[in-house]
Design a protein around this ligand. Sequence first.
Ligand code: ST9
Ligand code: ZN
Ligand code: ZN
Length: 379
Amino acid sequence: MTTGTSLALAGSLFAAKNKYVEDENMNAIRTGRISGKRRDYEWQIVWRNVMAFVYLHVGLIYGFYLILTGNVKLWTPIFAVLFTLLSAIGVTVGAHRLWAHRAYKARWPMRLLLALLQTMAFQNHIYEWVRDHRVHHKYTETDADPHNARRGFFFSHIGWLMVRKHKEVFEKGAQIDMSDLEKDPIVMFQKKTYLVVMPILCFLLPSWVPVYCWGEDPWTSWYVASIWRYTLSLNFTWLVNSAAHIWGNKPFDKNIGATDNVTVAICAVGEGWHNYHHVFPWDYKAAELGNYRTNISTAVIDLAAKYGWAYDLKTVSVQMIKNRVARTGDGSHPSVQETKQVDDDHDHAHPENPVWGWDDKDMPEEDRLLVEISHQKSE
Ligand code: ST9
Ligand code: ZN
Ligand code: ZN
């Protein structure tokens, strides 16, 4: 890295930190807690994680080198990409839309399969993933948000996994209803067995398959099918927390930080329509789109619904979307010509009534009545 680039990077990190400190000071003044709290923002670095992420990213670059220089058998990167897609489905269709947001229901064979795929992704077990994600939706861009994007790109992307959490995350997180997951034996079994099963599914299995099936060199297999694949898929996932809270349009609510970002949608198999998603977190499509081009996860749920594995798919009525676009959108929605923008001087980072998903007791009854539920079945 050149000195100029280093300085620019340091400058932007410093600016992001300063903006955060300014915001915090304002917050402290408003809430009357001026002193004694700043230590909450001091990074208590977890060096074990820092070292692990440094290793993973060096491995990511080395994996790219092996692939780009042809030092790899053809099937190894193809297998790595397919493995990534499968594990991504475990995260998006499983941990995210099913377990975190209850946007649809799934029969036990599908839940078992999704739990296995989610374990392949090593993004923490479902219970921990969901609690952090619900608290992110409920307290978006506040101290209780585990990857608060107001603390800058680096923090919301990867930094939050290298430091101890803000105490508000624990306090607010403890109030989140997790009883639905506690009643799901598949989720609780995964939680109990995670530390044994995860390394097998996320690292040993993908390294072993290329060696056993097409004679890949074990060292190459480790760096391409395991380390390159895992680190790339983590970065694609983290873009939802960082880029899709910084850059993009806000067609549904301009008063929140989350954005619709097509690049993130492509990288994160359909999870980049994040402005929509924060406004309607219980929509199984996590987007308004009527097609699957940038939303493979929706295609998977629709396919599962066709065979009765997924049911009670919740989505937003056209009327509800129109109302919301007209009331709080930023004017980038295609339908905006027909409607009138209102409330221009509103500026806060929180939606008017954040809910983590279906079954959140704070969801307004009038919203609940406008929701469309397809493939309904009794349990
Ligand atoms: C990862 C997660 O990467 C990624 C999530 C992304 C979400 C994106 C969502 C968007 C949609 C999905 C898109 C997918 C696209 C896929 C595309 C793929 C191509 N409330 O944690 P501790 C308790 S993970 C209440 O140690 P520290 C906790 O239970 C990457 N309580 O806190 C514990 O209690 P007890 C791999 C909470 O010490 C106690 O607090 N994993 C909450 O501050 C201490 O917990 C890693 O790298 C809460 N929210 O440490 C592991 N949270 O003792 C990283 C915690 O009673 N994690 N508690 O059990 C760690 O090492 C640590 O958690 C830490 C914080 C250092 C970050
Ligand atoms: Zn978000
Ligand atoms: Zn979500």
